[in-house]
Design a protein around this ligand. Structure first.
Ligand SMILES: C[S@@+](CC[C@H](N)C(=O)[O-])C[C@H]1O[C@@H](n2cnc3c(N)ncnc32)[C@H](O)[C@@H]1O
Length: 338
């Protein structure tokens, strides 16, 4: 047996209890192998419902190794899974769409449905973007939101495919507002809504983060001298009881820069001001090089400084399918009770 196969078997073995738990709670989307933390840097293996998504970020797999991983997972889980291999080891983690190693079947690349916390999610092995349509390390945050959103006005910032919004709707939220500047991502959010027809409809706002959140918070929209701002949707000042802030590591637009390393405050401040008295803000930072202790201190200081001190702060860690040997997972989430 190859070293890679041994590492995979150990990872599957370590997940035995977790998988029983996840299946019982209506979840069939989870990570089965987590790269360097489990012995193979740059290799991830995820189950998305009927699909098995293998991704490589450092070096490609050869065909035999890939097929060997696939059949090991099928044998251990005791079910057939449709294989998709996304080799992202070239430039900028982009998928090599020529597929020199393995061509997925039409069935594997069709529109599929996966489940998490009893909800249906669109699964698509290939689409215009690079990442899968659901980020699995945020599952516990979605579960928390589902449990704590009854009767709440919920704002999902950097909503991507609106998983957090969907969880809030399933938890009985009074209002759910998803905000993202990418129409394609919100379109998948709408599909996710349609895949769960019993839930109350969600709101979708296509806008850059900065003008939208500053309008919600009642703050002016800054214009750099000599630079005319592009058009943006006009929104009324508005507050929410539960806000989720999960930005990308870095993104620049005409309105501002998202920079989780150097400037978390300019993202956090308007989000705090849009959160109602006694409300909750869940904030995330997915940059591995930012330590939880430093970031937590920054977050608490920022809240104090703008007069929205945090009454209670809980750490929300990813589930056991994202093991981290040093106890410092890249995705850090804090639940701030204001
Ligand atoms: C890391 S994903 C967020 C993950 C998401 N919270 C989830 O639940 O899966 C980043 C998202 O931020 C959006 N985005 C990036 N910069 C933005 C900006 N300036 N304004 C609005 N959305 C932005 C992208 O379109 C993308 O959907």
């Amino acid at each position: 047996m190859s070293l890679l196969n041994q590492a995979l078997r150990a990872a599957l073995n370590a997940r035995q209890n977790l998988l029983v738990e996840l299946h019982a709670q209506g979840t069939d989307c989870y990570r089965l192998f987590h790269g360097s933390q489990e012995g193979a840097g740059g290799l991830t293996i995820d189950r998305y419902g009927p699909q098995l998504l293998v991704q490589t970020f450092h070096q490609s797999l050869d065909r035999d190794s890939l097929l060997d991983l696939h059949s090991t997972v099928e044998a251990v889980l005791g079910l057939p899974l449709l294989l998709v291999y996304n080799d992202r080891s070239q430039g900028n983690s982009r998928i090599d769409r020529r597929d020199p190693v393995y061509q997925a079947s039409d069935a594997a690349l069709a529109d599929l449905v996966g489940h998490e916390w009893g909800l249906n999610y669109r699964v698509r092995g290939r689409h215009a973007g690079q990442d899968p349509l659901l980020f699995l390390d945020l599952r516990n945050a979605r579960g928390w939101v589902k449990q704590h959103s009854a009767g709440k006005r919920v704002l999902n910032l950097f909503a991507y495919t609106c998983g957090v919004g969907l969880s809030a709707a399933a938890g009985g939220a009074r209002e759910v507002c998803n905000l993202d500047f990418a129409e394609g991502n919100l379109a998948v959010g709408r599909e996710n809504g349609a895949l769960n027809p019993t839930l109350a409809p969600m709101e979708f706002i296509q806008s850059d983060y900065f003008p939208a959140i500053r309008q919600f918070a009642g703050l002016p929209i800054a214009q750099r001298r000599g630079h005319k701002l592009p058009p943006y949707p006009r929104l009324a000042q508005r507050e929410f009881d539960l806000v989720l802030l999960d930005p990308p590591a870095w993104a620049k637009s005409a309105f501002g820069t998202v920079d989780l390393l150097r400037d978390y405050q300019s993202l956090l401040k308007p989000a705090l001001l849009s959160t109602a008295e006694n409300g909750v803000l869940i904030c995330c930072n997915n940059l591995a090089k930012v330590a939880m202790a430093d970031w937590r201190e920054q977050v608490l200081r920022c809240a104090e400084k703008i007069g929205r001190p945090v009454r209670d702060c809980q750490v929300l860690a990813p589930a056991g399918d994202f093991p981290s040997q040093d106890g410092q997972p890249p995705l850090k989430s804090l639940i701030l009770h204001l």
